[in-house]
Ligand binder design. Structure first.
Ligand code: HEC
Ligand SMILES: [Cu+2]
Length: 314
């Protein structure tokens, strides 16, 4: 998550400004330190002190004191920085193209819900913590929170936007090249704030369409032992998790319909491996203390059965 590197037009203008202000600030510190040191060293030598004392008088007579020069340089630097800042903010306020896609982002303690919007209800679906977007296209994000204030930030793609209770904020992003971009909740939101990361995967438009078509599909129908595993899942987990097509419609936790298509679990706390999934289901509280998923006290066979069922959610 390097905020000094940009992979999209919007992030590009922000990164240029960030670099300029960073270099300016470092220059200010270096110059002030050098001048202070020079002044201190000059005062130390008694012979030089008398010359130094006379000098300001001479300057004042000529009408231009070092104070005036210093104030002038600072004013130019500060006003220049402010103007550039205002210019960048205005430039990134509106996207260059009409958005191809709108994603509603809902922040939860401590995970992200992404709802892909559409005018056609059959094209709407939910996923969690990992959002895919098409490369080179403008994506609109409508952000809101289910609980406290969070902040959505993918540094390589754009600016930060706060999730404020009772309000919907908007921003847009564009990825210039395919890749996996990491983001982070950037407003302290409680105990697991640090484990509230975001993955944005920028796909070539064709790959994005394939991903979207796969996400739209409901979970596969299960037969035999897996049918009873699904029944167990719905009974033990369905109050909080949705699996479309399986009769589980809970909304307190992430949609698990295509769980196995995601890289990580628990807002990128752990890679999505079978071992980590088993560990999470057995004891989410050791992995992410305070998370809103309780320890469910499953027996070993129940745990194995449910894990087997989760593996089918591709
Ligand atoms: C009381 C509600 C609740 C119940 C019951 C519950 N969960 Fe969860 N689950 C959550 C919440 C909330 C999260 C998000 C935790 C976080 O990342 O902070 C979660 C996260 C998960 C994740 C990680 C998903 C991801 O994409 O990050 C998996 C997998 C999961 N739960 C499986 C299960 C299974 C299997 C059961 C049943 C044995 C279950 N859960 C029961 C609330 C619940
Ligand atoms: Cu947060």
């Amino acid at each position: 998550m390097n905020y000094l590197e940009a992979f999209g037009g919007k992030a590009g203008s922000i990164a240029t400004l960030t670099w300029a202000l960073l270099i300016l600030s470092i220059a200010v510190v270096v110059i002030i330190t050098a001048l202070t040191l020079a002044a201190v060293l000059r005062r130390r030598s008694p012979r030089r002190a008398t010359e130094a004392d006379r000098e300001p008088l001479a300057r004042e007579e000529s009408g231009l004191s070092w104070i005036t020069i210093g104030v002038a340089i600072s004013t130019v630097a500060l006003l220049g920085g402010m103007a550039w800042n205002a210019y960048t903010m205005a430039a990134i306020n509106r996207p260059p193209h009409d958005p191809a896609l709108t994603i509603r982002v809902i922040g939860h303690q401590w995970w992200w819900q992404f709802r892909y919007k559409s005018d056609d209800p059959s094209q709407i679906f939910d996923t969690a913590n990992e959002a895919h977007i098409p490369v080179g296209q403008t994506v609109r994000f409508e952000v809101e929170t289910a609980d406290v204030i969070h902040s959505f930030w993918i540094p390589a793609l754009g600016d930060k936007i706060d999730l404020i209770p009772g309000q919907t904020n908007e921003t847009w992003l564009e990825a210039g090249q395919p890749g996996v971009y990491r983001g982070q909740c950037s407003e302290y939101c409680g105990r697991q704030h640090a484990h509230m990361a975001i993955t944005v995967v920028a796909d070539a438009p064709k790959d994005f369409e394939a991903w979207r078509a796969a996400q739209l599909r409901p979970a596969k129908p299960q037969a035999g032992t897996l049918a009873s595993a699904q029944t167990l899942f719905v009974a033990r987990c369905g109050a909080c998790h949705t699996v479309r097509g399986a009769g589980a419609g809970g909304a307190l936790g992430p949609d698990l319909t295509h769980l196995m298509s995601r890289r990580d679990i628990a807002a990128n706390t752990l890679p999505n491996t079978i071992a980590n999934l088993s560990g999470w289901i057995a004891d989410p509280q050791t992995i992410k203390p305070g998370a809103k998923m309780p320890v469910l006290e499953l027996s070993a066979p129940e745990l194995a059965t449910i894990r087997q069922y989760l593996e089918t959610l591709e």
